[in-house]
Ligand binder design. Structure first.
Ligand SMILES: Cc1ncc(C[n+]2csc(CCOP(=O)(O)OP(=O)(O)O)c2C)c(N)n1
Ligand SMILES: [Mg+2]
Length: 360
């Protein structure tokens, strides 16, 4: 009897281009990005870090509702999104609001989403995305459907979806990647492995050595990538996109990353399940620090440049929160009205009742 598991696991070594010191360690894999594009990638990551800091502060002031911190995951989120096109369809999880914003969701709508306002879920015309999924793994099945539709129509586009390490233990995850494999759907499945599903550490979630190897059983390509390395994440996602649109099938990308903050702002205390030593260890791998070093070595980045981005982000956020504050409050009739195109009779009664109350 042959035991093959070890041989499978050996094939999933972490792919890296830029090391922690900001030096290129894998020259052949260096993506073809212009100086302007490299700067734009940095700009987006810095902007996203500020957005995270401000969102946490706004949440503490009671001005935002649901919020899942993103600091630490910028390379996984922003560099993967940077490899996409506008025609690609984005299916984010609750922590993936930054990708949605860079895909075209206005900031004030992201804030309304956080407050549970329905307008936060209404994608503007031309923004191909669903709103963030709260049900763990559900977006994997939806992405498969969309990616399959793209394949059938011969579209030059992909469906990309994100989940966490915990998400890969969910039935929907396996169903999604299996079906996508069977039908060669135009899909990119990203697993952001930040080491924890709320408080449950990665090694208690599954016996699998890597999450990328879960692709093998579905018969699709899988790769594990340094999720703190923007160049590696970009290169891998770009490759996955090119393969998918050529009809070569879906790919599963596991990004090894970390979230510095709590799981969400709803009372999670990470000090109860994480040591500060672990936090320090990961801060040394920070995607912004290493990319800044890389760009500074190339004379492409400076403190002045960074401050400009920070000021811009702060100004945009200030304006967006004002706009969200001014947006008409959500009413019960909005809920009822948004549910069906034609209201069933029992809801018609309720609609009348609430209309009368709301006009008082
Ligand atoms: C189907 C389902 N089960 C449980 C939950 C509760 N829940 C919310 S987040 C979470 C952990 C998810 O961890 P992971 O997939 O690693 O994502 P991360 O939050 O680390 O980005 C759980 C169990 C849920 N939202 N949906
Ligand atoms: Mg996780």
């Amino acid at each position: 009897m042959k035991h093959v598991l070890k041989n499978v696991e050996k094939q999933f070594e972490m792919f890296q281009i830029l090391n922690e010191e900001g030096k290129i360690v894998n020259k052949e894999a260096m993506p073809d990005l212009s100086d302007d594009e490299l700067k734009e990638l940095m700009r987006r990551m810095v902007y996203t870090r500020i957005l995270d800091q401000r969102s946490i502060a706004l949440n503490r002031q009671g001005r935002l509702g649901f919020y899942a911190p993103t600091a630490g995951q910028e390379a996984s989120q922003i560099a993967s999104h940077f490899a996409l096109k506008k025609e690609d369809f984005l299916l984010p999880a609750y922590r993936d609001v930054p990708q949605l914003i860079w895909h075209g969701l206005p900031l004030y709508q992201a804030f309304l989403f956080s407050r549970g306002h329905f307008h936060g879920n209404q994608m503007p015309e031309g923004v191909r995305a669903l709103s963030p999924q709260i049900i763990i793994g559900a977006q994997y099945i939806q992405a498969t459907g969309i990616g399959f539709g793209m394949k059938m129509r011969g579209k030059d586009a992909v469906a990309i979806t994100y989940t966490g390490d915990g998400g890969t233990s969910q039935g929907d995850f396996y169903e999604g990647i299996n079906f996508a494999g069977a039908y060669g759907a135009n899909c990119i499945f990203v697993v952001q492995n930040n080491g924890f599903a709320i408080s449950v550490p990665r090694d208690k979630q599954t016996a699998a050595k890597t999450l990328a190897q879960k692709a093998v059983a579905a018969g699709i390509e899988g790769i594990q990538v340094d999720g703190m390395d923007p160049l590696a994440v970009y290169a891998v996602t770009k490759h996955a996109r090119e393969r998918a649109v050529k009809g070569e099938g879906p790919m599963l990308i596991e990004t090894i990353t970390y979230r510095y903050g709590p799981h969400t702002m709803a009372g999670d205390d990470p000090t109860r399940y994480r040591t500060s030593d672990l936090d320090t260890e990961w801060e040394k791998k920070d995607p912004l620090v290493r990319f800044r070093r890389f760009l500074e070595d190339k004379k492409l980045w400076s403190e002045e440049e960074e401050n400009k981005v920070i000021e811009q982000a702060k100004a945009d956020i200030k304006e967006a929160i004002k706009k969200a504050d001014k947006y008409p409050k959500q009413k019960v009739t909005d809920f009822i009205g948004n549910m069906f195109e034609e209201l069933p009779s029992n809801l018609q009664e309720q609609m009348e009742e609430y209309k009368a109350k709301e006009t008082k």
